[in-house]
Design a protein around this ligand. Structure first.
Ligand code: F0G
Length: 455
C-alpha cells in the first residue's frame, strides 16, 4: 500500500480556474508562450520545481530567528555545521541561487578553451561554462535518449565515452567533471552510486577534479536506495555521504532539495586554498562569504530544509506522487520518459504529436494546448529551448519534451488526477493540435520571451 504524505496541511493558498474563453484570451495575449502568463491566470502550475516548494512549520519558525548581521550571522554557522553533517564537507559559501554558485565557482575553475565534461549539463550551467569561454560536453549514456526504454539510472555517465574523450582531448584540456544529480535535462534521471564511484576513479587517474551539481541530491539518493543493489538497507543520510565522498565539491540550487524558495551554495570538501579563492570571488558577485546574497533567515530555512529532505517517508511520498502521475499517463498510452524522474514527468511531445515538425515546436504547442484545455502550466524542453547554432539553424533537440514539474509538498493527488485527465483529453483529439511559429524570436534564451502564432 502506498503510504500518504508524512505531513498535514496547516495553511492554504486559493487557486482559481478561469473559464475557457478567458484562458484563450490570456494565452493569446501571452503570445502563446506560457512563460508570459500571469501566475494568477494559472490553475495548477507545473512550470518548475525550483523555488516553488512549501516550507514546513519548522522552517518558518527558523525564519523568525534569522540573524540579519552583515558578517558572521549565526544562521551561516548553522548552515556550515549542517553541510558538514549532511555532505561531509568542511566548507560552504552561500549564493543567491544555483546559477550564482555556477558563476562564482566556474570563474575560478575554467580557463578559456577548456572542456567541462558531465552527464548532461543544465542550461544555466551550460551558459556559465560558455560565459567563461569553456566548452560544455555531455557524456550521458545513449539510453537516456530512448524514452520508451527502461533503465534504472538514465542519468549515468557513459564510461567508454568518458575514457575516449579524455584520451582524445587530453586531461590537461579538461577543467573538471560535473555530475548532475539527478540529471534534469535527461528527465530528472538518477545517477547510480557505482557510476559516481567509477567516474570519480577514472577522473582521479587523470587528475581531473570531480564536482557535483547537487540541486536534487536527496531524490538521487532515494533512487539509489530503491533501485541499486546493496543500498536497500542504508539510510538516505548514509547514501548522501557516500555519493559526495567521491567528489571534491558541489554547486547547488537550494531552490530544489533544500525545500526553500530561494538560495544556493558552493560546497568544498577539504581544499582550503580553493575555499579561500571561492570566498574572495564570491564577494564581488554575491556578497560577503557568510551571507552570499541571502538573508540570515534564508540561510536558516536552507539549513533546516537540508535535514528535512533526508526523511525517507517524505521522499517516498514525493517521488511516489511523480510516479502516480506518470502511471496514469502511461496507462492511457501517452509516451513519457520511462521510468519517471524524481521531480517531473517528461511527456514525449514529439511522439504525442508526430504530425508537428521539430521546427514547429511540439513541446511548446502541447504546453499551450494544455493551458487552454485545463489551466495547467507545463514547460517545453526541446528545440525551442535549444536555440540556434552558429550558422543560425535551429538546434534540433534529441527529444521534444514537455515537462510536468511537480513542486515539493504543494499539490495533492487530486491535482495530479486533474492534470492526467486533461492531458488524456488532448491525447484523444491530438490530431487537431497545431504547431507554432515565431511571431517574435529573442536572440538568446529565446524560450523565455518568445511570442508565437499558430503555424
Ligand atoms: N542545476 C540544475 C540541475 C538545475 O535544474 C537548475 C535549475 C540549476 C542548476 C540552476 O539553479 O535556478 O537556482 O539558478 N533548474 C530550474 C528548473 C530553473 O526549472 O529546472 P537556479
Amino acid at each position: 500500500m502506498r503510504l500518504p504524505e508524512p505531513y498535514k496541511i496547516k495553511m492554504v493558498e486559493p487557486i482559481h480556474l478561469l473559464p475557457k474563453e478567458e484562458r484563450k484570451k490570456r494565452l493569446q495575449a501571452a503570445g502563446l508562450n506560457v512563460f508570459a502568463l500571469k501566475a494568477e491566470d494559472v490553475f495548477i502550475d507545473l512550470l518548475t520545481d525550483s523555488g516553488t516548494n512549501a516550507m514546513s512549520d519548522n522552517q518558518w519558525s527558523g525564519m523568525m530567528i534569522g540573524d540579519e548581521s552583515y558578517a558572521g550571522c549565526r544562521n551561516f554557522y548553522h548552515l556550515q555545521d549542517t553541510v558538514k553533517d549532511v555532505f561531509g564537507y568542511n566548507y560552504v559559501v552561500p549564493t543567491h541561487q544555483g546559477r550564482g554558485a555556477e558563476n562564482s565557482f566556474f570563474s575560478i575553475l575554467i580557463k578559456p578553451g577548456q572542456y567541462v565534461i558531465g552527464n548532461m549539463h543544465f542550461d544555466t550551467t551550460e551558459a556559465h561554462i560558455h560565459l567563461k569561454k569553456g566548452i560544455p560536453v555531455n557524456l550521458v549514456i545513449d539510453d537516456a535518449f530512448d524514452t520508451s526504454k527502461y533503465h534504472p539510472f538514465k542519468g549515468n555517465v557513459d564510461l567508454d565515452k568518458l575514457e575516449h574523450f579524455i584520451d582524445e582531448k587530453g586531461a590537461e584540456n579538461i577543467a573538471f567533471m560535473l555530475i548532475t544529480i539527478t540529471c534534469n535535462t535527461a528527465g530528472g534521471q538518477p545517477v547510480s552510486m557505482e557510476n559516481i564511484r567509477e567516474v570519480s576513479r577514472i577522473c582521479k587517474e587523470h587528475k581531473i577534479p570531480v564536482y557535483i551539481d547537487a540541486a536534487r541530491f536527496a531524490e538521487n539518493a532515494y533512487f539509489i536506495k530503491t533501485r541499486e543493489e546493496g543500498y536497500a538497507d542504508k539510510s538516505i543520510a548514509e547514501i548522501v555521504k557516500e555519493m559526495f565522498s567521491y567528489a571534491e565539491g558541489f554547486t547547488m540550487s537550494a531552490k530544489k532539495d533544500a525545500l526553500v524558495n530561494i538560495g544556493g551554495m558552493i560546497g568544498i570538501k577539504d581544499n582550503e586554498e580553493l575555499y579561500n579563492r571561492v570566498r574572495e570571488i564570491n564577494i564581488s558577485f554575491e556578497g560577503f562569504p557568510t551571507y552570499g546574497g541571502l538573508a540570515g533567515r534564508d540561510l536558516e530555512a536552507i539549513a533546516r530544509g537540508l535535514k528535512e529532505v533526508l526523511d525517507i517517508d517524505y521522499l517516498r511520498a514525493r517521488i511516489g506522487q511523480v510516479e502516480y502521475l506518470g502511471k496514469m499517463l502511461t496507462d492511457a498510452g501517452i509516451p513519457i520518459q520511462t521510468p519517471v524522474g524524481g521531480h517531473a514527468v517528461f511527456v514525449n511531445a514529439g511522439k504525442f504529436l508526430p504530425h508537428i515538425d521539430h521546427e514547429q515546436f511540439p513541446g511548446e504547442a502541447l504546453a499551450a494546448e494544455l493551458y487552454l484545455e485545463s489551466g495547467v502550466r507545463a514547460v517545453e524542453i526541446g528545440t525551442c529551448m535549444m536555440g540556434r547554432d552558429a550558422e543560425g539553424k535551429n538546434i534540433i533537440a534529441p527529444m521534444e519534451l514537455m515537462r510536468l514539474t511537480i513542486p515539493r509538498r504543494v499539490y495533492t493527488d487530486n491535482h495530479m488526477n486533474y492534470v492526467a485527465e486533461s492531458l488524456i483529453n488532448i491525447y484523444n483529439r491530438r490530431d487537431n493540435v497545431r504547431g507554432l511559429k515565431f511571431a517574435y524570436e529573442p536572440p538568446i534564451l529565446r524560450h523565455f520571451l518568445a511570442k508565437f502564432e499558430w503555424a
